[in-house]
Unconditional design. Structure first.
Length: 643
């Protein structure tokens, strides 16, 4: 400072020296500290930012800007809440800092400039001066990778847990010692153990039958030592043990858990009891379908064949390869296609069609009488998805039914004829009886009346004998009384019996016998009855003045006797049924000629009892007939050459 004299002039100066070395050093230290702080702030590996008391960012480092993708001017000066994804979280952070709390590793989510989210841990406290909130200091550590990995692991665990809990199969995990480490709800249900009672116990003691446990232990030991296993990664069937001690079949698959060391394993087991029952049922059904005598056909609701069993092939001639994929109308005559439209319509409505009699056509074009039962096929939801058809060839049944109806008709005709034949003699017998009783009748009249009664009674006796004979033959109650008899004598007896009718109709009878004299061992009366019936039939069904031939021929293995005429003949549709019971060539002719229609049936029965056969031949109506009796050579006991 200047020193002044009395006049006010400057006469000198006062200089004061102060040592400021320490202060200078302190300032330098302050500047170095600030530089270090700034360097630490800016170059820290983790994010740093300061927030003012009003919640705005007042400073941020490069690491945080890089983390979130912002420029400094985009970040500083904005409310810190703008960068938080969860408003409730930043509100909680600011409130706790305002209360003077220090936050340690507080988890938060920050929003990046590009909209993505970063998971961070925030460590923060407040700078206070004289009790005044200056600013908060926040360290932000990026844990996004760890968090995403953790979330993925948690999600995987949740999925695993959901799968285990929802699985219908038992899923059991075990360690390298064979101890259970997890036991899902399906395993509890299938094996009867609660999870808490199963975990940490040896699997073999829980579900492996006693007889298989040694095998189980050896397999596990081999796997641990050699890494080889007979079942690892394969599906096998085996018996399993329930908690109640019962055994049941399961399907087992075992895998090694990847990356486990020591190794651990997951076993998936499926209860296949119902599957086995279904398999057995399907096998039985398949056998029924395959070996059924009925055709069993599957088809869609559009009539396309989906299945075709062997019986269907036998019935229609088409193989499964030929029919599957084709329309069912392939086997339906064109004039019956409307039937299939009707059937499909009823099936779509859920109706079952039973015993529908119709006609179908084979691969070779043959028409078949069939009976069809069709049923709708439903899926598990009850929807109709197709149809099954059972086809039975009833051609033979229809033929038999027709034959039965024809036999019934012939029986009715026979009964009418029988009534007629039995009633006819009654009128002349009654008239003759009155003559015999009349005192006015002469002896000659009474004699003729008595003879008439005898003839009519004889006719009735013949009818009744024929009825009794055919009944006995049908019931198998005829006993042949065989004896040695000369063939010529047999023929003579038969001719004598039929001669009245032959002569009455003015027929010519030619008899051609072998040169040898034949002796037969037969029932004399029955064979005479056969020949007489054949001769009588020829006489009856040949117009007056006809010709009848009786011929006998001895062959190496048989004796042949034939009766041939030039009478009315037999139509082709009658030739095969002429020997049936009650069969007649023409009912009107038979009634006119008399007869019951049992004569030829009786002939066949007697000939068959002798081990022979009889056949009929005719070129048709108006062409005459020939009946041929063939008797075995063994009935000929001797052959005597004529002198």
């Amino acid at each position: 400072a200047p020193i002044k004299d009395s006049d006010g002039g400057v006469s000198g100066a006062v200089i004061v020296f102060r040592d400021v070395t320490e202060r200078s050093q302190l300032e330098s230290a302050r500047r170095r500290s600030e530089q270090l702080l700034t360097d630490f702030f800016e170059n820290a590996a983790i994010g740093l930012h300061w927030v003012s008391p009003d919640g705005k960012v007042i400073r941020v480092n490069r690491a945080e800007l890089r983390l979130l993708g912002y420029a400094e001017e985009e970040y500083v000066g904005r409310p810190v809440s703008d960068f938080h994804a969860d408003p409730a979280v930043i509100e909680d952070i600011l409130a706790r800092l305002a209360r003077g709390e220090t936050l340690q590793s507080y988890e938060a989510r920050l929003r990046c400039k590009d909209g993505s989210i970063k998971y961070v841990l925030i460590t923060s406290n407040v700078l206070w001066e004289d009790g005044q909130f200056i600013h908060s200091r926040c360290f932000t550590r990026d844990i996004t990778a760890q968090k995403l990995a953790q979330m993925a692991l948690q999600e995987a665990e949740r999925r695993k847990s959901a799968i285990l809990n929802a699985a219908l199969d038992a899923i059991i995990t075990m360690d390298h010692q064979g101890k259970v480490t997890d036991f899902n709800p399906a395993a509890e249900k299938i094996f009867g153990y609660e999870r808490g009672n199963a975990v940490n116990r040896l699997l073999e003691n829980l579900i492996v039958p006693q007889r298989l446990r040694q095998q189980h232990r050896e397999g596990l030991e081999r796997l641990l030592v050699t890494g080889e296993s007979k079942i690892l990664g394969k599906r096998i069937e085996m018996s399993a043990l329930h908690a109640d001690g019962s055994e049941f079949p399961v399907e087992l698959s075992v895998i090694r858990i990847e990356g486990s060391d020591p190794p651990s394993f997951t076993a998936t087991l499926r209860d296949i009891r119902e599957a086995k029952k279904l398999q057995a049922s399907q096998a039985r059904l398949a056998a029924i379908v395959e070996y059924s005598d009925d055709g069993i056909v599957g088809k869609t609701l559009d009539g396309i064949v989906t299945s075709w069993n062997d019986a269907a092939q036998r019935i229609f001639g088409y193989s499964a390869e030929e029919m599957i994929g084709r329309s069912i109308t392939t086997i339906i005559p064109v004039d019956r296609h409307a039937e299939e439209t009707m059937i499909l319509s009823r099936l779509r409505s859920g109706e079952r069609i039973e015993h529908f009699d119709t006609v179908r056509v084979t691969k070779g074009g043959q028409l078949l009488q069939v009976s069809i039962t069709s049923s709708p096929i439903r899926d598990s939801s009850g929807n109709i998805i197709g149809a099954s058809k059972i086809v039975r060839d009833v051609t033979e049944r229809k033929r038999v039914e027709s034959a039965l109806r024809e036999a019934d008709r012939r029986k009715d005709e026979f009964l009418a004829t029988l009534a007629h034949e039995m009633r006819n003699p009654l009128a002349p017998i009654l008239s003759a009886a009155k003559i015999v009783e009349s005192p006015l009748a002469s002896a000659e009249q009474k004699q003729r009346a008595t003879q008439m009664i005898a003839r009519q009674v004889g006719q009735m006796a013949l009818l009744l004998n024929d009825l009794l004979d055919i009944s006995r033959i049908t019931l198998g109650k005829v006993t042949l009384r065989k004896e040695r008899v000369d063939l010529q004598a047999l023929i003579a007896t038969a001719v004598e019996t039929s001669r009245p009718l032959i002569e009455a109709n003015h027929h010519t009878l030619d008899i051609d016998l072998p040169h040898e004299r034949l002796e037969l061992e037969v029932d004399r009366l029955r064979i005479s009855q056969v020949l007489a019936n054949l001769l009588t039939n020829s006489a009856k069904y040949t117009n007056q003045g006809g010709r009848i031939e009786l011929r006998t021929t001895l062959r190496d293995n048989e004796l042949v006797i034939s009766v041939k005429d030039n009478g009315i003949g037999i139509s082709a549709d009658k030739i095969h049924s002429i020997f049936e019971m009650f069969s007649q060539v023409d009912s009107a002719i038979d009634r006119a000629q008399g007869g019951l229609g049992i004569g030829l049936s009786l002939v066949r029965g007697i000939v068959q009892l002798h081990g022979g056969s009889v056949t009929a031949h005719s070129e048709g109506l108006g062409c005459g007939s020939e009946f041929v009796v063939r008797l075995p050579r063994s009935i000929v006991t001797s052959v005597i050459n004529a002198p």
